[in-house]
Design a protein around this ligand. Sequence first.
Ligand code: FAD
Length: 639
Amino acid sequence: MSIELNARIPEGPIERKWERAKFEMKLVNPANKRKHSVIVVGSGLAGASAAATMSELGYRVKCFCFQDSPRRAHSIAAQGGINAAKNYQNDGDSVFRLFYDTVKGGDFRAREANVYRLAEISVQIIDQAVAQGVPFAREYGGLLDNRSFGGAQVSRTFYARGQTGQQLLLGAYQALEKEINAGGVTMFPRTEMLDLVVVDGRARGIITRNLVTGAVESHAADAVVLASGGYGNVFFLSTNAKGSNCTAIWRAHKRGAAFANPCYTQIHPTCIPVSGDHQSKLTLMSESLRNDGRVWVPKQKGDQRPPNQIPVEERDYYLERRYPSFGNLVPRDVASRNAKEQCDSGHGVGPGGYGVYLDFRDAISRLGEARIRERYGNLFEMYQRITDEDPYHVPMRIYPAVHYTMGGLWVDYNLMSTIPGLHVIGEANFSDHGANRLGASALMQGLADGYFVIPLTIGNYLAQGGLTPVTEEHPAFAVARAGVEARTARLLATRGSRTVDSFHRELGQLMWNKCGMARTAEGLREALDEIPRLREQYWRDVNVPGSGDSLNQSLEKAGRVADHFELAELMCRDALHREESCGGHFRVEHQTPDGEALRDDEAFAYVAAWEHRGDDAEPVLHREPLAFEQVHLTQRSYK
Ligand SMILES: Cc1cc2nc3c(=O)[nH]c(=O)nc-3n(C[C@H](O)[C@H](O)[C@H](O)COP(=O)(O)OP(=O)(O)OC[C@H]3O[C@@H](n4cnc5c(N)ncnc54)[C@H](O)[C@@H]3O)c2cc1C
């Protein structure tokens, strides 16, 4: 199959494009919607909102997740907030400003038309969530409150204490449950998609494995929507839920969906530092904390004094010093790189020197402990439980960690991949964040995609017709099922000497060292040598205990890690080919004299979309050029 990248961006001025697209879309009349079936893989914010809304419109929806309940999707972990251009603060915000901040924040590597639509829809999301009863924080007078996130000089982040994702997911989950009860959605928890079925060049179904009984099953539909989240766990240690993985999108990639910008990974600056080799998970301290917390390191290298004994004049509030306009609220890529620089040059604090302080002393003396507790109480408690240090009295220690993946399956303006009928939403697609996502914009994108975009664009696809009847009896399902069964059997049969986790940890370490916060051509080449070797060893020596006909979490992990190996290689290949620095992709060879990311717009102002050509063939690079008509390409500055 040869790939064609047609972004299908509507004609006309940017502020009219979505309106125009909606008007020009083909519609499915209400009676005919009942005749169409749609599969949604994922029940996080993107999947749950999409499944519920499509069912409400009348489509017959099957929704899948690997957790025991849709409510356990990784989205529940989101803490800090969700952006919207409501301008409730009257501080100069607008749809255009949110659009501008997002394009600039993404280091000019996102598609303008999609980002503008996202900013436009952001205002509807808040209304939708409030109508559902999502308990956003309110000001004393009863109006919705806002705080600031990195990369913005306005306050546009709506929040529900430190549990914004959880509260939004409860809203989407209620909507989903209502539709399950009404019979429009059939929910398949504890069920993992292990392959995509393509018939006559269109996505027509999936192969799943029941994680409790081991049964491998086929599901046919008229269209498939992947909302399976991000792949940060390629790095083993990340802030993602342990279960988050790339399998759904990777399997679709191998069936023909182009994978865009796989190397764009977000490293979040405020995580609890790694404490030892035993660790399998990292904990985020929400970006919202940078509203009130001040980041600093001791001016003197190797200063071992307790932080409260270091006088103010001996502290370097390096973000405030280097970026006076944005201060502690510079975007994540900038804050992370600066923290790394401080630690690499000997100013880091805590065990091993891999930490910087996030200090609330000034905010507490200005606002009082009670106010800080009100804003961040659950985050402080979480920090204290993990570190046994009280952040009300001792500054937090933080260090960057893998957090989010801007890369994902390539989609057009309608959120359709390069396989007709296969749509991709939420973190699983590559769409709106360019090379660096701004804080509080993932929830916004997932819900924009799920509540407002896909319910319309799916209709546009279905209304164009040409779908022949396909059932689970079609031979393509039997072939894909046989592939899934053979792979599962192979993993179980190996009975090698090493655990899945030990391989995953080794892969993650390699990726962190060679394709993490700083990347070099030499390191990436080494990784491209080492990953295939490690992968080959994996298939020879992995030990998956137990059987395939009952709950077996080692087996679940084994399949996901096998896919992580393949994706890791593509990430390094993408990072090596992109001879520039942009956002979270920092190639050491390409930096400004003061250490900022140095883009090469002449050569690299494009989306890199990779085509899979078989396990033994090199992937092929396709380019979608990015045109900037509204926002001028400039060297990003937060000074
Ligand atoms: C700790 C943390 C805090 C965050 N805080 C914020 C924040 O404050 N604001 C913000 O905007 N963003 C935040 N983010 C990012 C944001 O939470 C995620 O990007 C977003 O929730 C992703 O939503 P999603 O619906 O795309 O995917 P997810 O919520 O990850 O859901 C994925 C779904 O897909 C299912 N699935 C996956 N693979 C398969 C498969 N093969 N078969 C069947 N089902 C499958 C899963 O079961 C799950 O239901 C945070 C992220 C982290 C890690």
